[in-house]
Unconditional design. Structure first.
Length: 171
């Protein structure tokens, strides 16, 4: 009987993206949020979705760049998130920009919605992913808008940190 080689390579030639944690699949990330806002706090919440929305999200067809979260009737709603139509859903497809209900515990709702209402802070989605059980989750952030001079200060700090890192590598 011939021996089987146990060390087989499954990576693609030329590298690629870094692999995520096993069972964790990132769908969309709001990268502009760190530039536009100062993130005060964040919490993970569930999402109420239709079947065609879940299938479309598994294909990576979600945009949360212009999305925000509002409180209506003591419930949190994700507004402005764009989940593209699922190609194979036919006539049972969903509305791409419909409001979607977010599911949080009562104590988390009280703290986040209360802070957002009292202090004039905003709730935005920071990241949407599927957890290890395959359930869609949204990381909601409590944020405060940055002024133009704050954004410039952040850019300046980042550039000086890069310069220091380069200098340390050259030594």
């Amino acid at each position: 009987m011939p021996k089987k080689n146990k060390t087989t390579s499954t990576s693609k030639a030329g590298g690629g993206k870094k692999k995520a944690e096993p069972g964790f699949k990132l769908v969309s990330d709001n990268r502009k949020a760190k530039h536009r806002y100062e993130i005060v706090d964040s919490v993970e919440c569930g999402m109420m979705l239709m079947g065609s929305e879940v299938k479309s999200m598994r294909d990576g067809k979600l945009s949360i760049d212009e999305a925000y979260i509002r409180v209506r009737n003591n419930e949190l709603w994700l507004i402005g998130a764009d989940i593209a139509h699922y190609r194979n859903a036919g006539m049972w497809n969903h509305d791409p920009r419909r409001p979607r209900k977010l599911l949080v515990h009562a104590r988390e709702y009280d703290s986040f919605a209360g802070k957002a209402h009292e202090r004039g802070l905003t709730l935005i989605p920071l990241r949407v992913y599927f957890n290890e059980r395959g359930i869609a989750k949204c990381v909601m952030g409590l944020v405060k808008g940055k002024k133009l001079h704050d954004k410039r200060e952040t850019i300046k700090k980042r550039e000086t940190d890069r310069g220091l890192q380069r200098a340390m590598r050259r030594r």
